[in-house]
Ligand binder design. Structure first.
Ligand code: MRU
Length: 351
């Protein structure tokens, strides 16, 4: 896709404002970690890998704001900016993962010259960004290889270029499979309440000239029962060691429907989305967002004044409903048993 999700230039992070898509292309300029944290919280940028990358650049800019250069002050400052960024969105593990990587480098370079500290930190943030694109392309190739025929696939939310540093996870697979002649059409769930499907996925597919149908969130069962959907592919915000996967609210219902209709249900995510420290999905914190996001669409209320609404932003799909988890390290099947020491090194994989 031509439009970049974010880019870093002259010590500033330019974030594509996803709240205005698909109608307006506008970048929000962030020159410190607080602005980045705010952009993540407000969902100017969203999607687990994308917010991880933004947090890494935010961390770098935050590091530059440290006034005193003695080791004690710097370590306190590193902790503070890490905490601010990590608290932005609790379900996506990629933010904490990127912040941990940045903190490790920062704590190691404290005491070196200022130029060296800056260079090492910026280079780590750039690595996090570039590795994400590389991982997505590998996920795309592994995932596309699973398709034997020209298929109709359904996706939920947006796990595309906009949700990552570029290319996308679930949508990366669709991109690659389309290129390989294996996609007939994509069914795009609108994804209430934020409409990431209608606003973002539909836009990406249009840009790429991939045929799609936009459907409302209550239509998948109808199309599955008619045999019109061959596979479901979604992204993930966090996958636990047993293979349970948190993703946009509504994913669980799709997985149950897919199981009933014997349709393969794939989860695509980079290994940075696997939380090896959590045994099962029960341990994943679920972000609760403002009820107003359910009550209002495009600034207009759709319910009686004062309607009490609920807004869990994610749900957890148990591993038993997931046909395969596609990562940059390969395709995994049940029992998942993710263990960091047992994951194959990515260099072994020939694509
Ligand atoms: O609330 P969002 O838009 O950040 O939720 C995004 C999702 O649920 C995506 O499917 C997930 O982050 C994977 S993105 C590659």
């Amino acid at each position: 896709m031509k439009t970049r999700t974010m880019y870093f230039k002259s010590n500033k992070l330019y974030i594509l404002d996803q709240k205005n898509l698909p109608h307006k292309i506008r970048y929000v300029v962030c020159d410190n970690h607080k602005k980045v944290a705010n952009a993540i919280k407000e969902m100017v940028i969203r999607g687990a890998p994308a917010i991880g990358c933004a947090a890494a650049y935010g961390f770098y800019m935050g590091f530059l704001t440290c006034k005193k250069k003695d080791a004690r002050t710097m370590r306190e400052h590193i902790k503070k900016i890490g905490d601010i960024l990590a608290a932005t969105r609790p379900t996506a593990v990629n933010v904490a993962w990127a912040v941990e990587r940045m903190k490790m480098v920062a704590n190691n370079v404290v005491g070196s010259g200022i130029t060296e500290m800056r260079e090492k930190l910026l280079s780590e943030a750039n690595d996090i960004f570039n590795e994400d694109i590389a991982m997505n392309k590998k996920i795309g190739a592994f995932g596309a290889a699973l398709f034997r025929k020209k298929s109709n696939v359904l996706t939920h939310c947006n796990a595309g270029a906009l949700a990552t540093a570029g290319y996308g996870t679930a949508l990366g697979i669709i991109r690659r499979a389309f290129k390989d002649g294996k996609i007939k059409s994509v069914f795009v769930d609108e994804t209430r309440p934020y409409l990431q499907g209608a606003r973002l996925t539909a836009w990406e597919l249009k840009e790429e000239k991939i045929p799609y149908f936009l459907i409302t969130d209550n239509m998948p069962g109808y199309y599955m029962s008619r045999g019109e959907i061959d596979a479901v592919i979604v992204g993930a915000d966090r996958i636990t060691a047993n293979g349970d996967a948190a993703n946009k609210i509504g994913t669980y219902a799709l997985a149950v429907l897919a199981k009933y209709h014997r349709i393969p249900f794939y989860v695509a995510a980079p290994s940075s989305s696997i939380d090896f420290s959590k045994k099962s999905g029960k341990e994943i914190p679920i972000e609760q967002r403002a009820p107003e996001e359910v009550v209002y669409i495009g600034g207009k209320s759709i319910a009686p004044v004062g309607a009490p609404a609920l807004h869990p932003a994610f749900d957890v799909t148990p591993a038993k409903f997931i046909t395969a988890i596609i990562t940059e390290k390969g395709v995994f099947h049940r029992p998942y048993n993710f263990n960091i020491t047992r994951l194959p090194a990515v260099d072994f994989i020939e694509l």
